[in-house]
Design a protein around this ligand. Structure first.
Ligand code: GCB
Length: 619
């Protein structure tokens, strides 16, 4: 969420824009469905590896101030007066298409991590009234935004939306917007520098100018509660927010509920769910057009209604036990040179492989919040979702700023996606070694999830301890956090990173609490599409990967509390830590499809397994 607009700091910090506190407004929930101007397209860009521009955008001309960037043609000014010096000239810099990570813009940027400036001009809407916001789907990692040379706001976090109010700074006619995006991770960022995926720097999701009336619906959450009621929570922002008439309508259900906000602009109401309500499920992903009107504003969304609960070791969807037939996925489109551009078509190409190809009903959107385009596509196609924040491996557990950043990210993610029927599980971490500081950090995040959303389950991918003396692979859950979670989740790579024989995997012993559902949130092995080794079963061959899946699935069948799985991973993905020159060359090869979409042998192994599971479940 944005921190209030303020002048840029005098010195450039390692990450341009640390956030001091958790901010909550403006949220502009479901802004992607509001009217606005799409600022996608060509933007000028200029790298700034020493972050000089942070201390005053690209150096200050004291007599002219910031305005010069809009009003002055740098080339002409230097030609006209030989005392004039500008070392940056955005208007004549090369262009790149946004949204999209900069690594694909030019070969020189392929491995650049640091600050990049973007700039473009646009024309303000002629019929301007009410309020205007600049809304970013996501920019990785820290962002500062200037409108017509004036600072508008800053944001930290690479995967969640943020908006800045631009009503005052927007002028009639042509406007100039400048964005600084710093991709550099530090030990205190979330995630920290070492991960196992590409750090796609840049503006990776849509930028839009969104218009609203002076008083507008900033947040709305419409849902089915576990006791079968329709509930709405909304917050209005603006001069007429207090004691304002509000009205929720779902035309398809003939639902029309009127109410009034309180003095703080909040409205909360519940009602019995209409009898005609069709509950959302992977088999029948029914969505309703929902509108919330107040004054001149008309907020809308497309929402599915269902319940998700835990009962003992079962996960219940609409009251019935469900087995999660899933796979994990990074936010990376299919193609030889991805730039993290998730269009509706790209999202459907990926999710379609899961839904139709693998007979899945579930996806783990790892390891950070994915685009809202993806979660909307999951709603439409009927895939349950595990959504997660990048609290990954070694985070600065004792750092209060890091905790604030993680909490902010988690809140932004939940507030963005609480209306998505597909989201079943919020996960707070992945493979984080147990320590007191880590436990306290994650307990805070778990408490935040429960405070923001009591209609979903909370999980985290945990580490297990291996009994080195045991003859067969023997793993025990020794993580105190297990007690705080609804769903236990484990990543297991026995037989890939360990020397276990694949034949021994089915006999593995799992010492896991028996009163909670367990998910294998990851298991997998690398294979280079087209590399075969049927006799030797060499690692990186398609045959090895397929056999790894067969044996791991046999093992899974013997774990009594297992209620789902999301093997690692749907598609080969870029990872700078994977440099085996024969097989990887910068790609983690654990995909069931290659980066260009070729299916490997293991794809059919999992697809057959899920087809059988679906048949047993009667769907
Ligand atoms: C893991 C991580 C995941 C890695 C994967 C691997 O446990 O959660 O981010 O990419 O293993 O391929 O090793």
């Amino acid at each position: 969420m944005p921190a209030p607009a303020q002048s840029p700091p005098a010195q450039s910090p390692p990450v341009a824009l640390p956030l001091a506190t958790v901010q909550t407004e403006p949220l502009l929930v479901s802004a992607d469905l509001r009217d606005g101007i799409d600022l996608s397209g060509d933007w000028h860009y200029s790298i700034d590896p020493y972050r000089s521009g942070i201390a005053g955008f690209h150096g200050e001309a004291p007599d002219r101030g910031q305005q010069r960037y809009l009003d002055i043609d740098v080339r002409q000014a230097m030609a006209a007066d030989n005392r004039t010096l500008y070392e940056f000239d955005m208007a004549h810099s090369p262009v790149a298409r946004l949204p999209g990570a900069w690594l694909a813009a030019t070969p020189e940027l392929r491995h650049y991590q640091g600050l990049v400036w973007y700039q473009r001009t646009f024309t303000a809407p002629a019929d301007r009234k009410g309020r205007v916001f600049l809304r970013f789907g996501a920019a990785n990692y820290a962002t500062v935004v200037y409108l017509n040379g004036q600072p508008l706001g800053r944001h930290e976090g690479g995967f969640t939306p943020f908006a800045f109010e631009a009503t005052r700074l927007l002028r009639d006619g042509e406007n100039q917007i400048t964005i600084g995006v710093d991709s550099a991770a530090t030990p205190t960022t979330v995630p920290p520098p070492v991960t196992d995926w590409e750090n796609y720097g840049g503006v990776t999701r849509e930028i839009r100018l969104v218009q609203t009336p002076a008083t507008y619906v900033d947040t709305a959450w419409v849902r089915l509660t576990r006791d079968g009621k329709l509930a709405v929570d909304a917050h209005l922002d603006g001069p007429a927010a207090a004691n304002a008439p509000v009205r929720l309508t779902i035309a398809d259900l003939k639902l029309d509920l009127a109410g009034k906000t309180d003095a703080a602009g909040n409205w909360r109401a519940t009602m019995a769910a209409p009898r005609a309500l069709v509950r959302w499920s992977p088999e029948q992903p029914k969505l309703y057009d929902v509108t919330l009107s107040s004054g001149e504003d008309r907020w809308r969304d497309r929402i599915g209604f269902r319940t998700v609960e835990r009962r003992g070791a079962d996960i219940l969807l609409n009251g019935k036990p469900v087995f999660l037939r899933g796979i994990s996925m990074h936010e990376e489109e299919i193609g030889a040179n991805p730039a993290r551009i998730i269009t509706p078509a790209n999202a459907r190409a990926l999710l379609g492989e899961i839904k139709e190809g693998l007979h899945g009903n579930y996806v783990r959107l790892s390891h950070y919040p994915h685009s809202e385009v993806m979660t909307r596509a999951a709603d439409e196609l009927g895939l349950l979702v595990w959504s997660e924040v990048p609290v990954y491996w070694m985070v600065a557990w004792g750092n209060t700023q890091t905790l604030a950043t993680a909490r902010n990210m988690l809140a932004e993610n939940i507030l963005r996606d609480r209306n998505r029927a597909s989201i079943a599980i919020w996960s707070v971490a992945n493979e984080t070694p147990v320590s007191d500081a880590r436990n306290a950090f994650l307990r805070q995040l778990i408490a935040d999830v429960r405070a923001l959303d009591d209609t979903r389950l909370v999980s985290a991918a945990l580490l297990v301890e291996r009994d080195r003396a045991a003859k067969v692979p023997t793993m025990a859950m020794a993580d105190p956090l297990a007690a705080d979670l609804d769903v236990l989740a484990i990543n297991t790579y026995n037989g890939w990173y360990t020397g276990d024989r694949l034949a021994d995997l089915p006999g593995s012993v799992w010492q896991i609490p028996d009163d909670k559902p367990l998910i294998f949130s990851e298991f997998g092995a690398d294979a280079k599409a087209g590399f075969h080794s049927p006799e030797k079963m060499q690692k990186f061959s398609e045959e090895f990967q397929a056999e790894f899946y067969r044996k791991t699935l046999e093992m899974a069948d013997r774990v009594p509390t297992l209620r789902g799985m999301s093997p690692w991973i749907l598609k080969d993905f870029r990872s700078p830590r994977r440099q085996n020159p024969d097989f990887q060359i910068g790609w983690n090869r654990k995909g069931l499809i290659s980066e260009t979409g070729e299916r490997k042998q293991a794809f059919a192994v999992l697809a057959d397994y899920y087809a059988r599971k679906a048949a047993v479940a009667g769907r």
